[in-house]
Design a protein around this ligand. Sequence first.
Ligand code: ADP
Ligand code: ADP
Ligand code: ZN
Length: 213
Amino acid sequence: MDIILLGPPGAGKGTQAKRLESARGMTQLSTGDMLRAARKADSPIGAQVRDVMDRGELVSDAIVSALIGEHLEDAANGAIFDGYPRTQHQAEALEMLLAERGRTLSHVIELVVDEDALVRRIVGRFTCGECGQMYHEDFHPPKKEGVCDKCGSTEFKRRPDDNEETVRKRMEEYRAKTAPILPFYEERGLVRQVDGMGSVEDVAASIDAILDS
Ligand code: ADP
Ligand code: ADP
Ligand code: ZN
């Protein structure tokens, strides 16, 4: 089962993808994470995308679709596409990549959230520097302040693009380029809307209900 989680920055795609990985053995394919890994490794792609990402703009379709192509085999038990596709071109590229491997999308889950909540979610977001566990200052702080619940590390990091100005730019990009791909999937009856404003558990339950139906 291959699915897309679609929604603006901060909608909860990463949070829900991680849960689906542990609950169902599916594999999260996040182009944002792949691009950040390329930057960290100082690869040529990393250097190429750095400024674009820090401005909150989209990197080129060719780069992200190539990354997905390289990682699709990692998701033998079902892929959760997180943050991809983000343009019509990417949606078409994904169709090809899946078809070449005899795969098809089973659901496109749209996380519906309001914009003010998104800004709060994003500027409060941070992760463990050691294990990558996700946190939020208000909605999901570590149980013991300054210590990761999962691995005990005391080092945390924030993304350089998680500031209010860049978030607004990312939302504009979402509205202009990503939301318009929904009809491409609606025509095929693949889109299911989920209210992304509930608790993490409520959203997870709604997604489970769709995947089990
Ligand atoms: P978020 O989940 O907060 O929306 P991501 O981690 O998915 O953010 O993406 C961070 C940045 O990486 C984006 O602002 C963009 O610059 C780049 N990026 C990630 N995925 C794509 C993609 N599919 N197409 C183009 N750019 C992407
Ligand atoms: P995305 O991958 O769509 O950009 P994330 O999953 O990273 O979004 O979530 C953004 C921030 O909001 C994170 O700090 C996360 O802990 C928090 N968050 C995610 N889902 C919810 C929710 N349902 N309610 C409150 N906070 C949430
Ligand atoms: Zn940790």
